[in-house]
Design a protein around this ligand. Structure first.
Ligand code: ADP
Length: 451
């Protein structure tokens, strides 16, 4: 007969298994964990717990409240606890797992525990921790390492747990299946397992199936809408480009004509018109770039060039258009890189435009081009309104703008940083931000030096 969910935690586990529990609420998880470990301790088994400090503290509190003498179990070697982050750091190097170190660190603890001859129960939170830190490939690899250990060490029961909210998103479907496949048993979240009768559970499954089908239909519809929106942006920006190019041409013609006639007033109006046309052209070009990036059609013309020279040129040009800020350059002598000069220039212009726009009360901006250890680090620092931590990842998304009342006064479409980020990504770099509200921001990226 199949084991019930309750029996999973309270059973004697003379038969080893590697099971996973998904949970919605912390309290439910802690109840399951303290039942699993509490039953083990009460029946003379050896328990190894590898958890976060917060979970270890809560577990120990619950075990003691249930009358278990933990100090005694510890001194007899029947309760062994390890802090998860610290344990992880002992077998990970630069974000990568070292299998031999895992066997040495974790394998030895379990082998030691099994020496008593009693059955061993293990709770491990290492994989969940990696998953929640977004190191998903390492999490999946660690599940495999646990399975290897499980098949090659003396038999033990292994309990893994993941918070369900870590899988919110269609993109995690494949990895979720993979995690389930790595376990001999899968226990769904408590809103399902807490249902008392099998009739209730069958009804819940029917409801979930209906929900899943509706969501799939909804996703398909949204994807189609998204596709049509992208197509519209692409067509609209193409259509806009032709008349704006003609307007620009005629404005230039009139500018020359009024200049030769010394018509100062018309020249002044026309110069303002020309600068508005430039803004419109930049907007249209940005929208076209986004469309091309979406469809992977943006072409890069790669060449060797000096980033310090490029930064100098851009700063000189932009200094001519701003009276409010001094644009300062700190740079090393030479910073040769290999990439698309115009596109990297576009990144610097976007960052500088933002730095000026979002620091209305400041009077300087510092651009740094520094070379170190085979790399060039470029950064743009402003002393403006800054960005709260909650938005620091989101601002790189397409069409994202910080939604705070104080920001409503700044014009824009939320595309400059997306474009800059994509360009840097295509140059094997990453655009990052460090910022403090009301103090200012530093946007930076790193590219390999070209020898
Ligand atoms: P936008 O056209 O809105 O400026 P971006 O993609 O360039 O679009 O920037 C996205 C959002 O990031 C902006 O709306 C703004 O809220 C925030 N942001 C960008 N740069 C800065 C900066 N230097 N200081 C403060 N906030 C910034």
């Amino acid at each position: 007969m199949a084991t019930t969910f309750k029996e999973t935690y309270t059973g004697f586990h003379t038969e080893a298994e590697h099971f996973v529990q998904f949970y919605e609420a912390e309290t439910f998880f802690l109840d399951s964990l303290s039942t699993f470990i509490g039953t083990g301790l009460a029946t003379g088994e050896v328990c190894v717990v590898i958890g976060t400090q917060a979970h270890l503290d809560s577990l120990e509190e619950r075990l003691e409240a249930n009358g278990l003498a933990l100090p005694v179990a510890c001194s007899q070697g029947r309760y062994i606890s390890l802090e998860a982050s610290e344990t992880l750091s002992r077998f990970m190097v630069d974000g990568l797992l070292v299998p031999e170190l895992f066997t040495e660190v974790v394998g030895n603890v379990i082998a030691q525990a099994a020496k008593s001859g009693n059955h061993v129960r293990v709770f491990g939170e290492l994989v969940a921790l990696l998953w929640m830190r977004d190191n998903r490939s390492a999490a999946l690899q660690l599940e495999e390492l646990w399975n290897d250990l499980y098949h090659n060490a003396p038999p033990f029961s292994l309990f893994c747990a993941y918070p369900m909210h870590g899988f919110n998103g269609e993109v995690y479907g494949r990895q979720f299946t993979e995690i389930c496949n790595q376990h001999s048993r899968v226990i769904p979240g408590e809103s399902y397992t807490a249902l008392a009768s099998s009739d209730e559970q069958l009804r819940a499954i029917a409801l979930l199936q209906q929900k899943a089908n509706s969501l799939e239909a909804e996703i398909a519809e949204r994807k189609e809408l998204e596709r049509r929106k992208d197509e519209f942006i692409s067509m609209a920006s193409h259509e806009l480009k032709t008349p704006v190019t003609a307007l620009k041409g005629f404005t230039q013609l009139l500018l020359r004509r009024f200049k030769s006639r010394n018509d100062e007033e018309s020249l002044r109006f026309l110069t303002r018109m020309d600068s508005q046309i430039n803004k419109l052209t930049k907007l249209i070009c940005d929208l076209l770039d986004i469309s091309k990036m979406q469809s992977g059609q943006l072409e890069y013309r790669l060449e060797a060039f000096d980033l310090a020279v490029l930064a100098q040129e851009i700063l000189e040009n932009m200094q001519g258009t701003t009276q409010t800020h001094r644009l300062l350059l700190e740079q090393t002598e030479r910073a040769p890189i290999f990439g698309d000069r115009d596109r990297i220039g576009q990144v610097l212009i976007n960052l500088l435009t933002n730095a000026i726009k979002y620091s209305p009360d400041a009077d300087r901006i510092i651009v740094r081009i520094i070379t170190t250890e085979g790399k060039v680090l470029a950064s743009v620092q402003d002393f403006g309104i800054g960005i709260a931590e909650a938005y620091q990842e989101k601002i790189f998304e397409r069409f994202y703008q910080v939604n705070e009342p104080a920001e409503k006064t700044y014009p824009g479409l939320g595309i400059g940083l997306y474009i800059a980020g994509e360009i840097i990504k295509r140059h094997q770099g990453q655009l990052r931000v460090q910022s403090q509200k009301e103090e200012g921001s530093i946007f930076s990226f790193c590219l390999p030096l070209y020898a």
